[in-house]
Design a protein around this ligand. Structure first.
Ligand code: AGP
Length: 622
């Protein structure tokens, strides 16, 4: 949950580090710092708070150089403060590191190092890594045998339990950056006479599109001339194999910028038509009523043998899984269970030969979801992941991965990732339903035709946000909300509630509407508005009764209604219309007004939807 960047080249490093850190602020932003190699020593500049405060500090105390590291922090050990900000150094200040992850055994290591005379400046787990390296570099056996920073780092890392993405420099070996990863994302950017490390692509996209995703256990040594990568087993990756690891990033330079929108969240809500189109692209032949999912590297025979599907994820991705359950059970006729990854991973789950596990993760780095798939792999289960980040850890540890092509999702609140996850689940349901004989060509044509309309419908919906902005003004001072739905509407209610609470800090609960009589109706009064998903469908009459029950108790109702429904206007205080589509795709449309409502209420309450308090974009620790 932190952002790392490193540079070694011939240009002035300060703007490269600062601009890169700004692109990584979504990964954590409670403190930040840089370390720069200059005139044979390493200078640190660190500040609590946002990157802008670090920038101000550097203006007051200039530093210059052409090699160094930067870090933006999300605190896991030690409160946000200057002394806990990265980079951290060893006793002598000649070895400096930046770290993303958690050292689970740091207390025992810290005690051991203290006994050897090491003095610590911070409360962090990270700092002990710098001292472990120093122990190996300056006084350990490594000094006499290898006297290399690389060797000292390797030895030090053997003592660590936990996760890390690391950048290391030393004034004793100024011409190189050492990088290592285990459990936290780290990429290498290849330039001409310069090279980079970063936690994520947006940090260095302005400088290079040639990226190598480090795998767990891998190690890299960067110089101005090039990069050496060593696999976990100690084997160097060279020649064609190294070339094969280079990914050309297609994202436009602006893709990770706001492009005129006030916040990334709003930009990404408005990107959904394009993101859904891109996710469909190349995966359907409408004329042949076919869905192509080559990346789903499972044989027809395997797909026919699946007798149980488990979907596992966290947060918004878990909500997508709950909707996927309806799609898959409707169209593929296989029993589906949806499991919160943090619960599933520790439950000693039963995984059989014909169980298919689908892991959904935008970042592909969520610790609990990664833990869940590792548990499944331990039990020889089959894992297919739905991810948005190419080369992310979850995608690389799955048997197969189907990528959402949403582009970088920078806003902490997940929006376009959610609707593109639903798009992939829908495509998967058609694909598997056809193979298993539950979907004939005629129905497949209809389902595909409905999907092809969705981007245009979403675009039209986004053009009508004026009504939602007015609603946001009317409801922005509320302190509680209920979100209610039935069937596929229930997970959408959960998602709408999550969006509101995570960006506006208003308490909001998603509930099955049928549950009202079992308790929540006691909450209803004029201060407890209810957002009710009341689209035409199998449960429409029942949801109308729920609305009447709420109105009878003085509650206010914002109803999401199917276009053309005049009935609801008489019953609800406010109505937001949702265009019609097939029942399986209705959540993709219904969520749009809820995303916008959450965004505009947050902005009207003076919140920053892109960096909500206490949250980070990617939860890479438990
Ligand atoms: C959603 O708006 C939140 N940011 C959060 O719940 C998120 O969906 C969750 O942390 C899972 O992230 P992932 O999809 O990257 O695994």
């Amino acid at each position: 949950m932190c952002g790392i960047i490193g540079y070694i080249g011939n240009r002035d490093i300060i703007p490269i580090l600062i601009e890169g850190l700004k692109r990584l602020e979504y990964r954590g932003y409670d403190s930040a710092g840089i370390a720069v190699l200059e005139k044979g020593r390493i200078s640190l500049r660190r500040a609590e708070g946002k990157i802008a405060l670090l920038e101000k500090l550097i203006k007051q105390k200039p530093v210059s150089g052409s090699a160094g590291l930067g870090h933006t922090r999300w605190a896991t050990h030690g409160r946000p403060s200057e002394e806990n900000a990265h980079p951290h150094r060893d006793c002598t200040g000649t070895i400096v590191i930046v770290h993303n992850g958690i050292v689970e055994n740091y207390l025992e290591l810290k005690e051991k190092l203290k006994k050897k005379g090491h003095r610590f400046r911070s409360e962090t787990d990270t700092e002990i890594i710098a001292h472990l390296i120093e122990e190996q570099y300056c006084s350990g056996a490594a000094f006499r045998r290898t006297n290399s920073l690389e060797q000292a780092v390797r030895r030090a890392l053997k003592e660590i339990r936990g996760s890390y993405a690391l950048g290391i420099i030393s004034s004793k070996e100024p011409g190189r950056i050492i990088a290592a990863r285990s459990g936290s994302p780290l990429i290498i950017g290849l330039g001409k006479g310069e090279n980079f490390i970063a936690s994520d692509v947006p940090a260095i996209l302005a400088h290079t599109r040639r990226i190598i995703y480090l795998n767990d256990g891998e190690f890299a040594v960067l110089t101005r001339e090039g990069v050496d990568i060593t696999k976990a087993d100690g084997r160097k990756i060279i020649g064609k194999e190294l070339d094969g690891r280079i990914t050309a990033v297609a994202w436009k330079a602006g893709a990770a910028e706001k492009e005129g929108y006030r916040h990334f969240m709003l930009k990404e809500i408005h990107e959904q038509p394009r993101a859904i189109e891109d996710t469909i692209r190349g995966r359907i032949s409408p004329d042949k009523a076919e869905v192509h999912l080559e990346e789903l590297d499972l044989s027809t025979q395997k797909i026919k043998s699946i007798d149980r599907i488990i979907i596992t994820a966290c947060g918004t991705s878990w909500h997508a899984g709950l909707i996927g359950e309806y799609m898959l059970e409707d169209l593929v006729r296989i029993p589906v269970e949806v499991e919160n990854a943090a619960e599933f991973r520790y439950r000693n789950p039963i995984i059989e030969k014909n169980t298919l596990v689908i892991a959904i993760s935008q970042s592909g780095e969520t610790a609990d979801t990664l833990g869940a798939i590792r548990e499944v792999r331990e039990k020889n289960g089959t894992v297919v992941s739905i991810c948005n980040v190419v080369g992310s850890t979850i995608s690389r540890e799955s048997d197969a991965v189907i990528y959402t092509h949403a582009g970088p999702e920078i806003g902490v609140a997940s929006t376009k990732a959610f609707t593109t996850q639903l798009t992939v689940l829908y495509l998967l349901a058609i694909y598997m339903g056809k193979i298993r004989g539950f979907i004939r060509d005629a129905q497949a044509r209809e389902l595909i035709a409905e999907l092809l309309k969705v981007p245009g419908i979403v675009k039209r919906m986004l053009g009508e946000e004026g009504k939602i902005i007015k609603l946001a003004e009317k409801f922005r001072k509320k302190t509680n909300f209920l979100y209610l739905g039935r069937g596929e509407g229930f997970p959408v209610a959960l998602e709408g509630a999550l969006k509101l609470k995570e960006v506006s800090y208003i308490h909001a609960e998603g509930y099955p509407a049928a549950e009202m009589k079992h308790g929540p109706i006691a909450l209803i009064d004029k201060n407890m508005p209810a957002v009710v998903l009341a689209l035409k469908g199998r449960r429409y009459d029942k949801i109308l009764s729920n609305i009447e029950e709420i109105k009878a108790r003085g509650g206010e109702v914002i109803a999401l209604a199917s276009e053309g429904d005049k009935e609801l206007k008489k019953k609800a205080d406010e109505v937001l219309y949702v265009p019609r589509t097939c029942v399986q795709l209705s959540p993709v449309l219904a969520v749009i007004p809820l995303q916008l409502l959450a965004y505009y209420i947050a902005v009207k309450r003076g919140c920053n939807p892109d960096q909500p308090r206490h949250l980070a974009k990617s939860v890479t620790v438990e």
